[in-house]
Design a protein around this ligand. Structure first.
Ligand SMILES: [Zn+2]
Ligand SMILES: [Zn+2]
Ligand SMILES: [Zn+2]
Length: 751
């Protein structure tokens, strides 16, 4: 039999061709295999049935087949089975693989003294190593990656060309003779060291801060058990409180630092190697400065040769490994940018260019399921499949902070890597560059529409307009929480749902600050069914940074004037501010109204002393969650609804007044924290239950940044289950603003 097949999916850069070659040889087939830019073509002559069976059942670990199309087979004869050189021709359909962790065989090789790659940090094979980070153009061939800077030596070339070698067409193949290398710097001065990696490990052990350039980005590293070293890093990088992720030597060591269940273990060891948010052990040897005031710590395991080597030379159980960037700016990825950071004592940099910057991914297991906080390294640029009939291509630019963009075309949503806070120009430029790369790598040339947030002043809104005139296409604004809800529809394939959308801030259709919303969403259409009571936030943005101001708004007008000033003073507000805030509320001067769940949690955090000054996004709510984890939701707090201009509203003020009474009565803060979280969650769930009844809908989605809070999600799910409703959560994109571009693109494509 003879068949010519076009195979689409994750088939490039994952050892797919050598795999095809091996099974074809094992069945004595004749014919060929070749890359076609975006897919792989196979001519199989002989036992084609047997070949197809093996093709599906023995796929390499990173490969995925999405479709196999049969083409006219022709009648050319072949004496053998061969691998044909690449051709740039080819259609749409294949996918660029992400960067994955070094495999076990390569790790073993690094530590085998008789191997020629002994102690070589850039060791990779067809099953592992950088892909997206180094690709410049299609097809995925060495000449189209930044590895073209390193002509292969004889020995590497032989492996690369030998179809039975496990490095056959491993594009980033390298060895100590021909490949990239590390250099060590103190400040801007290069230090000569026989082995720069070994020397860097020694410096880390001495308590220095070392910048380490890796596969797709750069980390600032220091000892995770050394408060002095971490304090130095915090001062230098101006991150007084923000939690640092750490890298643990291995799984056994990680278990001494945090509690790890089976799903968390699977994630830690997966080829994607994300940072997994885990509950800290009380007896952990980690410095309390790693994640101050929090019950969780983000841990990842080594994922490249250099990480394994650092631990090999070091005595430390774990290193702090935080992204090396100026606040709000993208990570440094060139040696020059790393050396100019100025936060570190030493820098370990290499000369393999990073084409696509990719931050570490972050996941958390909530109610037994993995949930993305950040979907980036290891997952991007793989698409999310979306069930949607739609011609053309839509680009969506996300919100403002935690931005990712999304290109949606032919039922596939390509989300970019984590971009960050687009209020800084370099980050906005990174966003533009990442969109361009994502379009080029998927051969998307034109756009039909660019979707953006409803907020008129977001820099992404302005960028959308600029790009639309460049591409000659339309723009589409999408309300923030509508986009959150639509992201749930896009990834689940559901047609309609009630969405509980809880986060910090989204510009509402009434121009006010939304964030505690119950919506009925059918894709293109969305209706606001209910929300949290509007609370005045005196000082607007200032109230977000100083959450005692939010508390003042929450207690006003049942507490006002002198009485309110006294309370604020007793809770630690400076005297002058405590005097001004009640007057500001009374006169409505510079007061912004918000229905945000995030802001309600901030107010609770301030009331209970968990956080009164926000130094990073989400800090008050995260510290409240940590406090609540130690308490019991044993207090009765009023959960009452009212109707305001056609919408059902949860009366949060009453809850807070009752909570204040408990605090004054001497109740434990931990219990008040847990009870307030539970009451807010029950209130949101109740609003959703009533909306679901009105609309005759069974599915209730939970989305928005607050969906990371495990206790809140658990309480909501309990109420929904009791009422026979079906809870729906994100599994493919983050519930926070890192997933919003998917929803925006989906809405624009449905319109
Ligand atoms: Zn490998
Ligand atoms: Zn070599
Ligand atoms: Zn949001």
């Amino acid at each position: 039999m003879r068949k010519r097949l076009l195979i689409r999916g994750v088939v490039q850069g994952v050892g797919f061709r050598p795999f095809v070659y091996r099974i074809a040889k094992s069945l004595n087939l004749r014919g060929y295999v070749r890359n076609l830019g975006n897919s792989v073509e196979v001519l199989a002559i002989g036992d084609v049935e047997g070949f197809l069976k093996l093709l599906r059942s023995r796929l390499p670990p990173l490969a995925e087949i999405h479709s196999i199309e049969e083409l006219p087979a022709g009648d050319e004869e072949y004496g053998d089975f061969v691998v044909v050189e690449s051709s740039g021709e080819g259609g749409f359909g294949s996918v660029i693989p992400p960067d994955v962790a070094i495999c076990d065989s390569c790790t073993e090789e690094i530590f085998s003294p008789h191997e020629r790659r002994y102690l070589y940090p850039f060791t990779v094979c067809t099953d592992c190593g950088p892909r997206f980070a180094i690709i410049e153009a299609l097809p995925y061939d060495r000449e189209n990656t930044t590895m073209r800077d390193f002509p292969m030596c004889e020995a590497c070339r032989e492996e690369y060309l030998n179809p039975s070698d496990r490095r056959f067409h491993a594009e980033p193949i390298a060895c100590p003779r021909c490949g990239p290398r590390y250099e060590l710097y103190q400040g801007r001065r290069r230090i000569s060291a026989a082995d720069p990696v070994k020397e860097a490990a020694r410096l880390l052990d001495e308590g220095h801060v070392v910048a380490i350039m890796g596969v797709a980005g750069t980390h600032l590293a220091t000892r995770a058990t050394d408060s002095g070293a971490i304090a130095k890093l915090r001062r230098a990088s101006r991150r007084p409180e923000k939690p640092f992720a750490i890298m643990a030597r291995d799984l056994k060591t990680a278990r001494k630092l945090a509690y790890i269940n089976r799903e968390e273990e699977r994630l830690l060891l997966s080829p994607q190697r994300p940072i997994v948010l885990l509950r800290k052990r009380e007896d952990s040897p980690l410095s309390p400065l790693v994640a101050p005031g929090l019950g969780n710590v983000g841990i990842m395991l080594p994922y490249s040769g250099v990480h394994h080597l650092l631990f090999h030379y070091s005595r430390e159980p774990a290193f702090v490994m935080t992204s090396a960037n100026a606040p709000g700016e993208p990570m440094a990825i060139t040696p020059e940018a790393v050396l100019s950071l100025g936060y570190q004592d030493y820098s370990l940099v290499h000369n393999r260019r990073i084409r696509n910057r990719v931050d570490d991914s972050v996941v958390r297991v909530v109610s037994g399921r993995a949930s993305f906080l950040r979907r980036s390294r290891g997952y991007v640029p793989l698409p999310v499949e979306v069930r949607l009939e739609h011609d053309g291509a839509v680009l969506a630019l996300g919100a403002e902070e935690n931005v990712t963009a999304c290109v949606l075309s032919r039922g596939r949503a390509f989300l970019t890597q984590h971009i960050g806070d687009t209020r800084k120009l370099p980050t906005l430029e990174f966003l533009e560059e990442a969109c361009r790369a994502m379009m080029e790598l998927n051969r998307i040339e034109g756009l039909t529409c660019i979707a953006h947030d409803l907020h008129p002043e977001f820099s992404t809104t302005r960028l959308a307009e600029e790009l639309a005139s460049r591409y000659g296409c339309s723009t589409q604004e999408v309300q923030h929480h509508h986009a959150h809800a639509a992201a749930l529809l896009a990834e689940s394939g559901e047609e309609e749902l009630i969405a509980i959308a809880m986060d910090g801030f989204g510009y509402g259709e009434d121009g006010r600050a939304w964030g505690g919303e119950v919506l009925y969403c059918t894709g293109a259409d969305c209706y606001r069914e209910a929300h949290l009571e509007y609370i005045p936030a005196p000082g607007g943005d200032l109230a977000t940074r100083r959450p005692l101001r939010l508390l003042a708004g929450m207690l006003y007008p049942s507490l006002k004037g002198e009485e309110l000033a006294e309370l604020l003073l007793s809770l630690g507000m400076p005297a002058q501010e405590a005097e001004i805030v009640p007057r500001q509320l009374e006169r409505g001067f510079n007061v912004v109204e918000t229905s945000s769940m995030g802001r309600a949690l901030d107010a609770a955090s301030a009331l209970l002393g968990a956080c009164r000054e926000r130094t990073y996004e989400g800090e008050p709510a995260m510290k409240l969650e940590a406090l609540a984890m130690r308490g019991d939701a044993c207090l009765e707090l009023p959960v009452e609804l009212k109707r305001v201009s056609g919408c059902e509203v949860l009366e949060t003020r009453r809850m807070f007044s009752a909570a204040l009474e408990h605090l004054r009565g001497g109740e434990a803060r931990e219990n008040i924290a847990a009870s307030l979280q539970a009451a807010l969650a029950r209130g949101m769930a109740l609003l959703a239950v009533r909306a679901a009844e009105r609309r005759g809908v069974e599915r209730v989605g939970i989305t928005g940044g607050v969906a990371y809070n495990e206790a809140i999600v658990r309480s909501i799910r309990e109420v929904l289950s009791e009422e026979g409703l079906l809870p729906l959560q994100h599994s493919l994109v983050p519930p926070g603003d890192g997933g919003i571009a998917l929803g925006q693109a989906y809405v624009a494509a449905r319109l």
